[in-house]
Design a protein around this ligand. Structure first.
Ligand code: NAP
Length: 513
C-alpha cells in the first residue's frame, strides 16, 4: 500500500490499453513516484495501432524525432519509422521502464463503474472477473475500429475482401487483380506497398486528399552518429520538426497565406510526379487544404505512372460476384478488394461501458457531443482520465498529444496522494467554457477543418469532435497550466468512506490562449 502525507488510502490506477498512450501514461506515473498501476490490453501484444496495422508500406508520416516519447530517446534508423520499428519502440519502452509485469495481455475491459460510496471504480472484464481502482486512465486509442462500407452485394462477392487494419497476410496478392478503396493516409501507403506485386491495381477515389512530399529515407551513418552520440542533436532535430509543423499548421486558418502555400506544395507534388494530365486533374482536390488530414507520401503519386495501376475517380455503388460497380455503372472485375476506408472516429469509448456518478453512462453524457475538458476529463466522472479523447487528434505528433494528457492524469494522481483527496472532478462550467473556446478556435485558426469536404472529424450534428485546432505546443500549454486551476479536488480523510466536503474550488477562468 502506498501512502502520502499520512493518508493511508491506496491509489490503485487501472490503465486500459498498452498502446503508445497507455505505456506513456504508466511511465509518467512512475516518473512521479507512483507505481501502483496495472495495464489491461485486449491484444496479445502491446503497440495499439502499430500492432493492429501491418499492411505493406505501413509506417508513420511524422518525423521520427517528433514521433517519439520525450523521455525515450531512440536510435531511429530512418527519418520516418516503419511499422516494425514502431512496434519495437513500444516494446523497448516497456522493457526500459520494467512495465511488462504490470501488463495483462488478452484482457478485454467491458465495464468501468464508479462506486459513489467508496470513491473507486469497479472494472469488469470479458472473462467475468473484476478489479477495483481508485483512478482509471482510458488509453484505448482513436483509430481502432475499422469503418466498413455497406454496399449492396457485399455478401455475394466471391473474391477476398479485408480492411487494411486487419491485413490478411495469408492471401497472396501476386498476379491478382486488386482494388484499393479509399485514398486517405493509409491508402497512400498501401497503394505503393502492393503495386509491384499485383497484376492489376485499381484505386477507387471518392474525393482526393492533399498529399505533400514525405521525403522519407534511411539516416546516413554520419546522421546516426550525430543523433545518437552528440548531446542535444536529436533534441534539436525534434524542435526543428515541431517548429516546421507549427508553421505549416497556420494554414488551418482558411484565410491565411499559409493555406495558399500548403495547397501549392501539394498541387506541385501532383504536377511533378504524375505524368498523365487527366489523372493529375482527378487527383487535385477542390476544397481547402486541411479540411481532411494532410497525407504525406513521395511514392503514392508516381505509382499512377505504372501501366497496370489505374485511378478510378468514382465511388463504389455495389459489388457483384466478381467485382465492383462504380457510380458510372462501369464493372471492374477484381480478385481482391482492400478496404482502406478508415475508422469509426466519432463514437469515443464505444467499446466499453463507463458509468460515473449516480450511474450516469458516458455515452449518455456524450449523447449530443463527445466532449472532455482539455480532452481528458468529463464532469461527473471523477478520477477518470482519457488519453486521445475528444478534440485531441492532430497538432502534429500524436505521441506529444498523448504525453500531455498523460501528464494531466499523472499530476492529478500525485496531487490526490499529497492532499489526501479521494476525488478529482471537473465542474461543468469549466467544460462548457472550454468547448466554447474550442469552437471559437475552429471558427478562426482551425477553420479549414470545417470547410466543405468529406472528413472523419464531424459528428452527426456537424460538430468537430475529433480534432485539436492548433499546434501541439498550444495543447501542451492548455494541459500544463489550465488543469491546475480547473480540476476541483474533493478531499477526504485517510480511510474515510463517503464523500467529504468539496474543497475550496479553484474554479475555471475562461481559457484565453
Ligand atoms: P481516412 O483518412 O478516413 O480515409 C478513408 C478513405 O476511404 C477516404 O478516401 C474515404 O473517402 C474513403 N471511403 C470511406 N468510406 C468509403 C466508402 N463507403 N466508399 C468509398 N470510399 C470510402 O482513413 P485512413 O486512410 O485509414 O486514415 C485515417 C487516419 O489514420 C489518418 O487521417 C491518420 O490520422 C491516421 N494514419 C496515420 C498514418 C501515419 O503515417 N501517421 C498512416 C495511416 C493512417 P472520402 O475522402 O470521400 O471520405
Amino acid at each position: 500500500m502506498e501512502t502520502t502525507g499520512g493518508n493511508s488510502r491506496r491509489l490503485r490506477v487501472g490503465i486500459v490499453g498498452a498502446g503508445l498512450g497507455g505505456v506513456g501514461a504508466a511511465v509518467h506515473l512512475i516518473k512521479r513516484g507512483h507505481s501502483d498501476l496495472e495495464i489491461f490490453e485486449k491484444s496479445e501484444k502491446p503497440g495499439g495501432v502499430w500492432w493492429d496495422n501491418k499492411y505493406p508500406g505501413c509506417g508513420v508520416d511524422i518525423h521520427s524525432h517528433a514521433y517519439s516519447y520525450s523521455f525515450m530517446k531512440y536510435p531511429w534508423k530512418r527519418t520516418h519509422a516503419t511499422q516494425p520499428e514502431l512496434q519495437q519502440y513500444v516494446e523497448d519502452t516497456i522493457d526500459a521502464f520494467d512495465l511488462r509485469p504490470k501488463i495483462h495481455f488478452n484482457t478485454v475491459v467491458e465495464k468501468i463503474i464508479w462506486d459513489d460510496d467508496r470513491d473507486l471504480y469497479r472494472m469488469e472484464f470479458a472473462d467475468g472477473s473484476a478489479k477495483e481502482f481508485e483512478v482509471v486512465i482510458s488509453a484505448v486509442g482513436f483509430l481502432i475500429n475499422p469503418k466498413y462500407p455497406t454496399w449492396p452485394g457485399m455478401d455475394v462477392f466471391k473474391g477476398e475482401m479485408f480492411h487494411t487494419s486487419r491485413w490478411r497476410s495469408d492471401i497472396d496478392l501476386r498476379g491478382k487483380r486488386v482494388a484499393v478503396v479509399g485514398t486517405g493516409s493509409t491508402a497512400a501507403q498501401v497503394v505503393p506497398g502492393v503495386a509491384d506485386d499485383v497484376a492489376e491495381l485499381k484505386v477507387f477515389q471518392r474525393e482526393p486528399g492533399y498529399v505533400a512530399p514525405k521525403n522519407a529515407r534511411a539516416y546516413t551513418d554520419f546522421e546516426k552518429f550525430l543523433y545518437n552520440s552528440v548531446p542535444g542533436m536529436a533534441r534539436l532535430s525534434r524542435i526543428r520538426a515541431f517548429t516546421r509543423a507549427t508553421i505549416r499548421n497556420r494554414g488551418f486558418d482558411i484565410t491565411s497565406t499559409r493555406q495558399r502555400l500548403n495547397k501549392e506544395v501539394c498541387v506541385g507534388n501532383i504536377v511533378n510526379n504524375v505524368e498523365d494530365p487527366e489523372t493529375q486533374e482527378k487527383l487535385t482536390p477542390q476544397y481547402a487544404w486541411g479540411c481532411k488530414r494532410q497525407i504525406e507520401s513521395s511514392d503514392y503519386y508516381p505509382t499512377f505512372n505504372k501501366p497496370h495501376v489505374k485511378l478510378v475517380p468514382r465511388a463504389v455503388t455495389e459489388l457483384t460476384e466478381d467485382g465492383i460497380i462504380d457510380t458510372d455503372g462501369t464493372a471492374h472485375p477484381v480478385d481482391v478488394i482492400i478496404l482502406a476506408t478508415g475508422f469509426e472516429t466519432t463514437k469515443y469509448l464505444s467499446s466499453i461501458e463507463v458509468y460515473g456518478e449516480n450511474g450516469l453512462s458516458l455515452q449518455e453524457a456524450w449523447k449530443r457531443r463527445a466532449a472532455a475538458f482539455v480532452g481528458v476529463t468529463v464532469p461527473r466522472f471523477p478520477n477518470f482520465f482519457i488519453l486521445y479523447g475528444p478534440n485531441t487528434h492532430g497538432g502534429y505528433s500524436v505521441i506529444a498529444q498523448l504525453e500531455c494528457a498523460a501528464r494531466v492524469a499523472a499530476r492529478a494522481v500525485r496531487k490526490m496522494k499529497r492532499k489526501g483527496w479521494r476525488r478529482v472532478n471537473t465542474p461543468q462550467k469549466a467544460l462548457d467554457d472550454y468547448m466554447a473556446w474550442l469552437d471559437r478556435k475552429f471558427a478562426t485558426a482551425g477553420s479549414a477543418m470545417l470547410a466543405d469536404c468529406n472528413n472523419y472529424y464531424r459528428n452527426e450534428a456537424g460538430d468537430n469532435v475529433t480534432n485539436w485546432p492548433l499546434p501541439n505546443i498550444h495543447y501542451s500549454y492548455m494541459t500544463t497550466v489550465r488543469p491546475y486551476f480547473d480540476l476541483v479536488g474533493t478531499p477526504g480523510r485517510a480511510g474515510s468512506a463517503g464523500t467529504a466536503p468539496v474543497a475550496e474550488a479553484e474554479l475555471s477562468k475562461e481559457p484565453t490562449s
